[in-house]
Design a protein around this ligand. Structure first.
Ligand code: SF4
Length: 320
């Protein structure tokens, strides 16, 4: 499948089926921590980046088997709202498979576009990002497309949260040294107090990002944000994958499991426990598959603080 991937499991969303609505890597931002790599197409123009009819066909092929999912999630190789037909995909799932909640991970850069707001009105959970407490921090962390106006961005996001009926979990990525001073935290408090947010999710570096200078926020540092925000909004710190006991008796063949591993790490590097969780298979089994893929020259390994991350080898990356 070209546009539907997973299911993958994460601490914040549980088990979700990913839907990729853009080509790698299309986004109005080029965030220093992005797990999907550098932005190669920095744009805020909406278009049918990938064919929506094909996305719908792939979704239909998966959902008609009634997999157990917590969410169908728009995420992947860039900013999903850039796809001008996201509304058609939302309507398809909501009309044919209403039992599946929809989630949208978004940078909210296009929330000033009323047509887009109508397109995503039926999404159950929207997770917008706010990483800068002012323009200077936003420019340093998120590196937006030319013509960006921070005040307007905040106004659009605030208006959206006040008017939507979707659940809103605001994500704030802590980049130590840039957006974590006492003054920054006070500004975040003031911005978020003006919004209607169900939950603030504090995130920090967990896997390879774009820039080496980005380091994880320590638990003590993250706690400063929790202390400032939690008096008026629920706060949760995320970052590492949720671990669940793998289900015994996986029904995938080894070839299918290897295909799924490559499909997952093409979008985001992952550790062995991440992959075992995503595939719902024991780590020992997934480890064997990774060894085979490594021996075949299809995956590489990158050492990070959280362990070894698997990613496609340069040859495998080129072959796609
Ligand atoms: S908005 Fe998301 S996809 Fe775009 S660069 Fe930032 S982290 Fe990556």
């Amino acid at each position: 499948m070209a546009y539907v991937f997973g299911p993958i499991a994460s601490r914040r969303l549980g088990v979700s089926l990913g839907v990729d609505l853009v080509r790698p890597k299309t986004c109005p931002l080029d965030c220093v921590y992005c797990e999907a790599g550098r932005t190669t197409d920095l744009t805020r123009e909406r278009s049918e980046c990938v064919p929506a009819d094909e996305v719908i066909r792939e979704l239909d092929a998966v959902l008609c088997k009634h997999p157990k999912l917590d969410f169908v999630t728009f995420s992947g190789s860039g900013e999903p709202t850039l796809n001008s037909r996201i509304g058609d995909v939302v309507r398809f799932v909501k009309s044919k498979y209403p039992e599946y909640p929809l989630c949208l991970l978004t940078n909210a850069m296009l929330f000033g576009d009323e047509a887009l707001i109508r397109d995503i009105a039926d999404v159950d959970l929207v997770v917008p990002s706010l990483d800068g407490s002012n323009a200077e921090e936003f420019l340093k962390i998120n590196r937006p497309v030319a013509g960006f106006d921070f005040d307007r961005f905040v106004d659009d996001l605030t208006r959206y949260t006040l008017n939507t009926r979707s659940r809103v979990n605001l994500e704030l990525f802590i980049v130590p040294g840039i957006n974590d001073s006492d003054a920054s935290i006070a500004r975040f408090v003031s911005l978020i107090r003006a919004m209607r947010v169900d939950l603030v999710q504090l995130n920090t570096l967990d896997r390879p990002g774009v820039e080496a200078f980005v380091t994880p926020s320590s638990p003590e540092n993250t706690h400063r944000f929790i202390a400032a925000l939690s008096p008026f909004v629920p706060v949760e710190a995320v970052g590492v994958f949720r671990y669940r006991a793998p289900k015994p008796g996986c029904s995938f063949s080894a070839t299918e499991s290897q295909r799924r591993i490559l499909e997952l790490i093409r979008r985001r590097p992952a550790t062995l426990p991440d992959l075992a969780l995503a595939l719902q298979q024991p780590e020992a089994e997934v480890g064997k598959l990774l060894d085979q893929l490594f021996a075949a020259g299809k995956v590489g390994i990158q050492k990070q603080q959280r362990g070894n991350f698997y990613l496609p080898s340069p040859e495998e990356a080129k072959s796609k």
